[in-house]
Design a protein around this ligand. Structure first.
Ligand SMILES: *[C@@H]1O[C@H](CO)[C@@H](O)[C@H](O)[C@H]1NC(C)=O
Ligand SMILES: *[C@@H]1O[C@H](CO)[C@@H](O)[C@H](O)[C@H]1NC(C)=O
Ligand SMILES: *[C@@H]1O[C@H](CO)[C@@H](O)[C@H](O)[C@H]1NC(C)=O
Length: 663
């Protein structure tokens, strides 16, 4: 969803640190241009680099239990999810910024992007990306290409609707770039198809996507958030489930008769988010289309401030929003409304996708969406979706003017001066979820409602073929004293369960850590980091650390300590660790070649290399040439007092007032 956000003023009430008023305009996404070069590590003109730091929420009272037995069964378990792929958590790229993220031109794919995607591929076997969003609806495709081999051009002359979505001109070079990316890092794609004029649909983008992307095209997403069309003024009122179902039927009929589209069964729909959902469209006759669908899809934005919206004026107390992202109950409540739909999808044998989601609408929240806390939230939410029988989820990214991006390229001006990419916490979540699920495609997820269902210490187990192989342990609390660290005593079989002891003699653990849930940079996953603002070439810095923990073979328990805050991924077998680690020998790094100007961060891929790359090759095997820079150039505002954010969030406001998510 491309959300209109005019962030009129960002100020800190009751704060000794007075941040100067900053004007952001986020319409359309990603078009703001920084005219100056950012001083080391800071950029106060783009949300993606916002230095706001909140206080970690207070510790729970009473304190959490700091030791508990986590009893797992072997030979199966109740409530296991369907089998999940390692690439479950992927990325959603708003069509209008696809050029920023992927490439300036198809012959200059961003090597940092390749590194970032290769990191996921290495763990999960492949990486899934969706290209679309509200900007797909009026997209016009140019098979002959755009001037200068441009991939995306924006025509803002026709802006009429409340989301102020520009018409996007998509050149064929975007598809070539996507195809070329796939040949290097095994990316699979979901492509958005315009649905603004179903009587005269522009299906060229579907035809050419199929032709150029081949088997890496997994689905065509026809329409995006149709339940908001009337609110956005792009359809006459009413536009409820009956109107949508009728129009979608017309569109499917035309696709069915289009001899230039070969695969007639990979459509993704209904991609509803807000006003009505899958249940409502099914009730209105959508079920007849199921044979032509490849996937069912929904979209979800955590609009925790929905109750505070009024007539488009939103006042959000960021500090009081923060704890809502550090709660397992909140995560469960987000997924609960979809469980029925997910199980219908299982019955239809159609995977259910979350095609677009992230921490919060309106570009996310400064000090929340871009923190370690959001990284923990991203893991918990993705595993909850997996447990709830979704088959994939895509974390949305916009331009430099949103807070929640998994990764953000530097503004052009900064790029020219050697600045690198900013890696957000949600990107760490993506890598970690890939490791939690591993590459077997047989992982089944179960929420253990652990530690007496303590809200801040959830845990999941992953089973493969009836055997527990991994455990994911969270600690959402921040307590530098160490008093809120806890120990999960993992036991398998035995120990009071009517089956033989199956506890291992040792386990291995990787930790995701930061000093505080508020921390924004230099997060550590298994002792490796992507550094701080505009510091990353997409490769991990540091040496991977996997801790071995000896189990107590007398009592058959494996004690795993989880710091506050922190996350631990426990591998119960060496095979489980291997299946999450990919072939370390095959690590490929795409070097950021030394070129000039805006091409500094782009790679020129020799066609010969591409031709022989066989889906997993790379440019060369050396670590990128980027200097890592100072590790902490960012403003240290750890002691800033609670921020107050005033938002004017018209599109969402109009759509959401008084409505909770309906699915
Ligand atoms: C997910 O699907 C499996 C297999 O159909 C089922 O056993 C399980 O109960 C479902 N999970 C939820 C949360 O409904
Ligand atoms: C991408 O694919 C197109 C078409 O095959 C090709 O002309 C172009 O050179 C490729 N780009 C790169 C970076 O290899
Ligand atoms: C997992 O599924 C993907 C996609 O279907 C496939 O490419 C891959 O080979 C599978 N991996 C295993 C280990 O079966």
């Amino acid at each position: 969803m491309q959300v209109v956000l005019s962030l009129l003023s960002l100020y800190f009430a009751a704060s000794p640190v007075y941040a100067s008023v900053t004007i952001y305009t986020q319409v359309p996404l990603g078009t703001a241009t920084g005219s100056s070069i950012s001083p080391a590590g800071t950029d106060t003109t783009h949300a993606a680099f916002d230095p706001t730091v909140l206080n970690p929420p207070a510790l729970p009272s009473p304190p959490i239990p700091t030791t508990y037995v986590l009893q797992l069964t072997s030979g199966g378990a109740n409530n296991l999810s369907i089998q999940q792929p390692g690439n479950f958590l992927g990325f959603s790229v708003e069509l209008s910024v696809a050029d920023q993220i992927c490439t300036f031109f198809s012959t200059h794919i961003q090597p940092v992007l390749l590194n970032l995607l290769a990191n996921v591929e290495r763990r999960a076997g492949s990486v899934q990306l969706r290209v679309g969003g509200n900007t797909q609806e009026k997209a016009v495709f140019f098979p002959e290409g755009l001037p200068g081999e441009a991939t995306i051009l924006k025509d803002k002359s026709q802006i009429t609707n409340p989301t102020q979505t520009p018409t996007i001109q998509v050149g064929i070079d975007l598809l070539y770039a996507m195809s070329n990316i796939t040949s290097l890092v095994n990316a699979v794609w979901y492509m958005g198809v315009p649905f603004n004029d179903s009587a005269n649909p522009r299906l060229a983008i579907a035809q050419y996507s199929e032709r150029i992307l081949g088997t890496s095209l997994k689905g065509l997403q026809v329409g995006n958030e149709p339940d908001l069309y009337a609110d956005h003024g792009v359809r006459p009122q009413p536009y409820g489930p009956p109107e949508y179902v009728a129009e979608f039927g017309t569109m499917l009929g035309i696709i069915g008769n289009d001899s230039n589209i070969i695969n007639k069964t990979n459509i993704i729909a209904p991609s509803t988010c807000c006003n009505y959902g899958v249940n409502e469209v099914l009730a209105a006759g959508f079920q007849q289309f199921i044979p032509q669908l490849g996937y069912l899809a929904v979209e979800q934005w955590v609009i925790l401030h929905v109750f505070e919206l009024s007539l488009g004026n939103v006042t959000v107390d960021l500090q009081s929003e923060f704890p809502k992202y550090l709660s397992h109950a909140a995560v469960v409540a987000m997924v609960q409304p979809f469980v029925n739909v997910a199980n219908q999808a299982v019955a239809f044998q159609k995977p259910l996708l979350m095609t677009e989601t992230n921490t919060a609408s309106c570009g996310g929240f400064p000090g929340i969406s871009d923190t370690f806390g959001a990284g923990l939230w991203g893991i918990d939410y993705a595993l909850q979706l997996a447990y709830g029988n979704f088959s994939g989820a895509m974390m949305h990214m916009g331009g430099q003017n949103v807070y929640y991006n998994p990764f953000t390229p530097p503004p052009t001006n900064d790029a020219k001066h050697g600045k690198q990419w900013t890696i957000g916490p949600i990107y760490y979540s993506t890598l970690i979820v890939a490791e939690v699920l591993g590459s077997s495609n047989t992982s089944q997820v179960v929420d253990l409602f652990a530690n007496g269902n303590t809200d801040s210490t959830p845990a999941y187990a992953i089973y493969e073929n009836g055997t527990p192989v991994r455990v994911a342990l969270f600690n959402y609390n921040t307590d530098p004293s160490g008093a809120t660290n806890y120990t999960a005593q993992i036991a398998i079989g035995g120990s009071g369960v009517n089956q033989p002891n199956a506890s291992p003699s040792q386990v291995t653990v990787r930790y995701f850590t930061a000093p505080s849930v508020s921390t924004k940079t230099n997060l550590l996953w298994a002792n490796q980091t992507f550094g701080g603002v505009m510091e990353s070439d997409g490769t991990f810095q540091g040496t991977q650390e996997t801790v071995t923990i000896q189990c107590d073979t007398t009592n058959n328990i494996c004690p795993v300590n989880v710091p506050a805050p922190g996350f631990a991924l426990v591998f119960l077998t060496p095979e489980a660790q291997a299946a999450s680690s990919g072939g370390q020998a095959a690590v490929v790094t795409f070097a950021t070649t030394a070129t000039t100007g805006i091409y500094r961060n782009t790679a020129t891929i020799p066609p010969g290399v591409l031709a022989t790359s066989n889906g997993h090759g790379g440019l060369n095997n050396q670590v990128g040439s980027t200097s890592f820079g100072s590790t902490n150039g960012a403003l240290n505002l750890l002691h800033a007092l609670p921020g107050i954010l005033s938002l004017l969030c018209m599109a969402i406001g109009a759509a959401m007032i008084g409505r909770s998510l309906v699915q």
